[in-house]
Design a protein. Structure first.
Length: 274
C-alpha cells in the first residue's frame, strides 16, 4: 500500500471524475507516426500533447509536424463543436502544447518568448508546456512574468480557444505559489517504484484534480489499476503511464506508446477536455 498523505478534506478523484492523458512529447511524427495518429483517434481521452521539434519549435516550420498539428487541431474542433458523434465514441478534445525549455530558470526571457511566437505562428498551438521549470520560491517571480506574457500571447491567437493552457513541467511538488502561475502542474515524473510509495504535498488538497498531472514510466501491465488508484487518490486529473523504462537504455520512455495503450485507453474511458 503506498504511503500517501491525504487530508480529510482533500478534493480527490473518486472514480466518477474523468481522468485523461497528457502526453509529455512523442518522438518526431516521421519516426512515430502511429503515436501521433492515436492522439486524433475518436474516443481517445486526451487532455493535451506536447510538440517538441528540437527542444523547442526548431528553426523553421517542419512539414511533418505541421501535418500532425493540423490533424490534432481538427480532431479537437470536431469534438468541441458537435461534428463528432455525441456518444461513447467521441473524437479527442486535446490541445497541442508547444515545448518551452526553461532550463531551471537559466534561459533568457526574450529567447523563450521568441520560441513561443514561432510555435503560435507556425503550428497554431493551444498552449505551452514549460519543461524544467523552477520549483523554489526564488524562481517564482520570473515564472509568473513568463506565464503572464504567454497567456497574453495566446489570447491574441485565433487557435487558442479559451485562452490556451499553460502546464508547468516540474516533475515534483514545487512551492505552492506556482499553482497560481499556470493552469496545471506536473507534480510527479518518474519511475513506478518511486511512484507507488510517493507522498502528495498537503497544499494540493486546496485545488481540484484538473490542476495536477502525473507521468510514470516502468508501470507493469499488472499494476495499471493500482497506478490509476494512486493518481486518483493523490488528486491528479491528467496522467501518462507507460511500461517503457529508461533503465533499459531507452533515452525517453515517454517518446513512444506503452505496449498496453489500448488497455489503458479503455480503462480511462472516452472523453473530451474543454
Amino acid at each position: 500500500m503506498p504511503h500517501l498523505t491525504a487530508p480529510a478534506d482533500a478534493r480527490r478523484t473518486a472514480g466518477g471524475e474523468q481522468l485523461g492523458f497528457g502526453v509529455p512529447g512523442y518522438a518526431h511524427p516521421l519516426l512515430a507516426p502511429a503515436e501521433w495518429a492515436e492522439l486524433a483517434r475518436p474516443g481517445t481521452p486526451l487532455h493535451w500533447a506536447v510538440l517538441n521539434i528540437a527542444d523547442g519549435p526548431g528553426s523553421r516550420p517542419d512539414p511533418h509536424c505541421l501535418e500532425a498539428a493540423g490533424r490534432l487541431r481538427n480532431a479537437r474542433e470536431r469534438a468541441l463543436h458537435g461534428e463528432a458523434p455525441d456518444d461513447t465514441v467521441r473524437a479527442s478534445g486535446g490541445r497541442l502544447l508547444g515545448h518551452l525549455d526553461l532550463a531551471h530558470g537559466e534561459r533568457p526571457f526574450e529567447e523563450l518568448i521568441a520560441d513561443a511566437r514561432s510555435f503560435v505562428d507556425w503550428y497554431r498551438i493551444g498552449g505551452f508546456y514549460l519543461a524544467r521549470c523552477p520549483t523554489d520560491r526564488s524562481g517564482l517571480p520570473a515564472v509568473r512574468r513568463l506565464t503572464g506574457t504567454l497567456h497574453a500571447l495566446l489570447a491574441e491567437s485565433d487557435s487558442a480557444d479559451g485562452g490556451g493552457r499553460l502546464v508547468l513541467g516540474q516533475g515534483s511538488h514545487p512551492h505552492p505559489g506556482y499553482a497560481e502561475a499556470a493552469d496545471q502542474l506536473v507534480t510527479f515524473r518518474g519511475h513506478w517504484t518511486d511512484y507507488r510509495w510517493s507522498q502528495v504535498a498537503e497544499w494540493t488538497a486546496d485545488y481540484p484534480p484538473e490542476r495536477f498531472a502525473h507521468f510514470v514510466h516502468g508501470v507493469p501491465r499488472t499494476h495499471l489499476e493500482e497506478a490509476m488508484r494512486i493518481a486518483r487518490w493523490q488528486g491528479a486529473g491528467t496522467i501518462f503511464f507507460t511500461d517503457r523504462d529508461d533503465r533499459s537504455g531507452q533515452t525517453d520512455p515517454f517518446a513512444t506508446l506503452p505496449r498496453y495503450w489500448d488497455e489503458i485507453v479503455s480503462r480511462v474511458g472516452p472523453g473530451i477536455s474543454e
